[in-house]
Design a binder for this molecule. Structure first.
Ligand code: F6R
Length: 366
């Protein structure tokens, strides 16, 4: 059932192009200009009445929600807050009937996420679920459901579920933008065109999966490292860091690159590995200057940038690239080398990749 792969995680990483295609599927109009979300029953008036959005989830799904915030805010111009479900439900959040609450859950059974959904409904909010399991508790109790068609995810470490959640957020952000007319039709068509290119771009990254292997083996000998980035790169850094921790047991921390000098820089020593994401055009120069700060203190830096941004080569020890896409869409590409990096680091340490210690696939207890 692993279809020739050594682990479910690797199989699921390779299933991502299909998961992207299936999740976009019939949700893009035949002329590639519009999003069709038949499963979202909200009327145009109800969408116009949304004052704010809360995205609530746990773990990796929460990390998808962090990207979702930027996607929805930039496309639809609706204010969004993203929260961890176990915090949200106890912090007496301000939920009104004009709040749209989006819960994100691969399994659709996570106890805290389900409780947050119920609290949102009790306060009169509309709830939209992004889930991978049709008929799950979250799917049954939400008002609207966007199913991520990633197929069953067996490995404890989530890969294709996370990236399909990103695709769901792109579709939803575009759908809200087209309904609210916050973007010109041409701009929406441009994003759709870039979105449709992602599966083959992921295939190109996977065709060279082995390029990160050496570096993964090198970091497997360390006990601490950092991921840094700005904007969406920071959100992907958070996901990359979680993935590495859960299956390789290497301690790592994801840091907003501009925050380093407010304390964390003290932890950089000779040889400390730092994985720096620099895929955001607007933030590129700023990130490069943070990379120089850590390199000057002895860090061994792995850079992750867009193909052609060779300028970074001078400041890093190792440079990996991803194909060019719109800045908003880079998370759907940049996370893939980080998934592979954790996979190979876990393998190098001889860990049980698919079943990391202390963790369960579905967390149905609080
Ligand atoms: C990490 C991982 C977890 C889950 C989290 C939420 O790789 O898989 O962090 O993302 O437990 O699970 P779901 O999405 O099923 O609610």
């Amino acid at each position: 059932e692993k279809a020739g792969y050594d682990h479910f995680m690797l199989k699921e990483i390779y299933e991502q192009p299909k998961a992207y295609r299936d999740t976009m599927g019939s949700r893009i109009s035949a002329d590639h200009k519009q999003i069709v979300l038949e499963e979202v029953q909200m009327t145009k008036e109800q969408i116009q009445d949304i004052h704010n959005i809360h995205i609530v989830a746990c773990g990796t799904a929460y990390h998808a929600g962090l990207v979702g915030k930027t996607v929805i805010e930039s496309l639809a111009r609706i204010p969004v807050e993203t929260d961890v479900a176990s915090e949200y439900r106890y912090r007496n959040p301000i939920i009104t009937p004009n709040t749209l609450v989006i819960v994100v859950s691969q399994s659709g059974e996570t106890a805290d996420t389900l409780a947050a959904l119920r609290e949102a409904k009790r306060c009169g909010a509309r709830v939209l679920a992004i889930t991978n399991v049709v008929g799950s508790s979250v799917a049954r109790e939400a008002d609207d459901v966007i199913v991520t068609w990633a197929g069953p995810e067996i490995a404890v470490a989530s890969t294709k579920a996370y990236t399909s959640q990103l695709i769901a957020f792109y579709l939803l952000g575009l759908y809200l933008a087209q309904t609210l007319e916050t973007q010109e039709a041409g701009a929406i068509a441009d994003v759709i065109q870039a979105l449709e290119k992602l599966p083959e771009q992921v295939e190109a990254i996977l065709a060279e999966a082995e390029v990160v292997r050496d570096y993964a083996e090198r970091i497997s000998k360390h006990e601490h490292l950092f991921f840094i980035g700005r904007g969406l790169d920071f959100n992907v850094a958070q996901e990359g860091s979680l993935k590495l921790k859960e299956i390789s047991y290497i301690h790592s921390e994801a840091y907003a690159a501009g925050e380093l000098k407010h304390g964390t820089l003290a932890l950089i020593e000779e040889g400390t590995p730092v994985i720096a994401l620099a895929t955001q055009e607007m933030l590129f120069e700023k990130t490069v200057s943070n990379i120089k700060e850590v390199a000057a203190r002895g860090a061994s830096v792995m850079g992750l940038a867009i193909e052609g941004d060779d300028e970074l080569k001078k400041s890093v020890d190792e440079l990996f690239t991803i194909p060019k896409t719109l800045p908003l869409l880079t998370p759907a590409l940049s996370v893939v080398p980080l998934q592979l990096l954790s996979y190979y680091a876990s393998l190098a340490r001889g860990n049980d990749v698919d079943k990391p210690r202390n963790l369960a696939k579905s967390v149905t207890v609080e």
